[in-house]
Design a protein around this ligand. Structure first.
Ligand code: NAD
Length: 467
């Protein structure tokens, strides 16, 4: 595997430290990765700060051209990036390819947006204009489940708005991000994009840094709370995309055969390591057994293997910590429910867990109340739709949810009662760059995608002139 470097001030830089990155399908060392020291992080922030005046003064159309060129580079190198992504993250190669191309798509769409000045009043008394100004240095902190796609959510709007950026990938999945940075290094003026890697020790330094004006963070709710507390010291702008415990509510009028594949995909994509995956499924008693049987068949037929092998549907969990955590959820499921499919870690190297369906389980068990973030789906029986809505809402999370029904009007009514940033009907996990996305309650603060997301990378400035 080729050498990796940090990107600081337009230069490829060795880390002051190094760290091994494992392939989660084999537990073998994939590469030695450069690891930044605190001094290198500070150098990255200083480079971004120095690059800010010229970049923010660059016309928006020119910044857009740079973003489109980055999309070209991503597409031209999609095969290599996807392979690297699978090797460090674990997901099947086809999904990794989808992630890389999806990233390019987010660059193109988000890069096409605009922030036109608005005239608020133009009268004999005054002329008032609203401008969207860049903030300065933005820190982007990324989790390990979709390293490149989530970077594609943040980097294009941050740059388009005129900010300069320091990116920090997750410690177990930095390689594809470092390779991406190397590929696009020449596309941007030096210092506009800086990428460092850490061992979970520099996120807080970045968040506290007085020269960083905004943190765009995606990760767990627990870390998001720390980011918010640290950012408070300098009143940084923050966007927090955090954890979820998405409920799917299946009404009594569904055809179980028809809805099962969509539900399975919504729960098990990326081996369940999706913030917006279905994590609890409320199923009406009338269709409970039949839907359970359908999901069991899908789980038993899903090919779980190394993501680089053709035909793999589900890869390993991304890291040992998550693997151990999910095994804890399996113990809980055995105690508090009935395992209908899977139920165990696989006896082989790598962090593989069988896709698991758990029935006859209720609130009060960890698997229902907490975010499992793995391939284990609890099915909870209910008899009244109002009760299912109440139970779906009885959580501190509020990221996504879905309602499944053959009667769309009925599903819309129920959808509007659910406390979540996104509620889908007869699908789950349908996201696109023109559809704003964000969590309610403790699933997040702020919005990503679309104009709403772009605005979060700016400061509103009013100019109010006397006539
Ligand atoms: P995590 O919170 O452990 O780590 C996320 C990032 O934060 C990593 O880069 C990490 O190094 C960094 N970090 C660690 N400590 C920090 C600190 N004190 N200050 C600043 N940064 C710090 O999350 P994870 O385990 O990598 O990802 C899984 C979680 O992310 C799940 O809860 C999942 O639901 C959530 N997630 C949310 C979304 C969303 O859009 N809402 C998307 C993907 C994942």
């Amino acid at each position: 595997m080729s050498d990796f470097s940090l990107l600081i001030d337009g230069k490829r830089v060795k880390g002051d430290l190094t760290m091994p990155i494992l392939n989660p399908a084999t537990e073998e060392v994939l590469a030695q990765c450069p690891r930044a020291s605190e001094a290198q992080l500070n150098a990255a922030v200083a480079a971004a700060k120095a690059a800010f005046p010229a970049w923010s003064a660059t016309p928006l159309a020119e910044r857009r051209t740079h973003i489109n060129k980055m999309a070209d580079v991503i597409e031209a190198n999609a095969a290599e990036l996807a392979r690297l992504l699978t090797s460090e993250q674990g997901k099947p190669l086809a999904d990794a390819t989808g992630e890389v191309l999806g990233m390019a798509g987010f660059f193109r769409y988000l890069g096409s947006l605009d922030l036109p000045m608005k005239v608020i009043e133009d009268s004999d008394g005054r002329r008032v204009e609203a401008h969207r100004r860049p903030l300065g240095v933005v820190g982007c902190i990324i989790p390990w489940n979709y390293p490149l796609l989530i970077l594609g959510f943040k980097l294009p709007p941050a740059l388009l708005a005129g900010n300069t950026v320091v990116v920090k990938p997750a410690p177990t999945t930095p390689l594809s991000t470092l390779r991406f940075a190397e590929l696009v290094a020449d596309v941007l003026p030096r210092g506009v994009l800086n990428v460092i890697a850490d061992a979970n020790d520099l996120g807080d330094v970045l968040t506290r840094h007085p020269d960083v004006r905004k943190i765009s963070f995606t990760g767990s709710t627990a870390t998001g709370q720390k980011v918010m507390a640290s950012a408070a010291q300098t009143l940084k702008r923050i966007t927090l995309e955090l954890g979820g415990n998405d409920a799917g509510i299946v009404l009594d009028d569904v055809d179980p055969k028809k809805v099962a594949p969509g539900i399975f995909e919504g729960a098990f994509q990326n081996s369940g390591q999706v913030c917006l995956a279905i994590k609890r499924l409320y199923v009406h008693e009338k269709v409970y057994d039949e839907l359970c049987d359908e999901l069991v068949a899908l789980a038993n037929n899903a090919v779980v293997d190394d993501g680089l092998k053709q035909g793999t549907k589900l890869g390993p969990l991304q890291n040992k910590m998550q693997y151990e955590k999910v095994k804890g959820f399996l113990d809980d499921a055995r105690k508090n429910g009935t395992i209908a499919a899977g139920g165990a870690a696989m006896d082989r190297p790598g962090y593989f867990i069988q896709p698991t369906i758990v029935r006859d389980i209720k609130e009060g068990s960890r698997l229902v109340d907490e975010e499992q973030f793995g391939p284990v789906l609890p099915l909870i029986k209910y008899s009244e739709a109002d009760d299912a809505v109440r139970r779906a809402n009885a959580t501190t999370y509020g990221l996504g949810a879905s309602v499944w029904s053959s009667d769309t009007d009925r599903a819309w009514k129920i959808a509007s009662q659910i406390e979540a940033g996104t509620v889908w009907i007869n699908k789950h996990l349908d996201m696109a760059p023109h559809i704003p996305f964000g969590g309610s309650k403790q699933s997040g603060i702020g919005t990503e995608f679309a104009e709403e997301g772009l605005a979060e990378f700016t400061q509103l400035q009013i100019i109010n002139a006397a006539r």
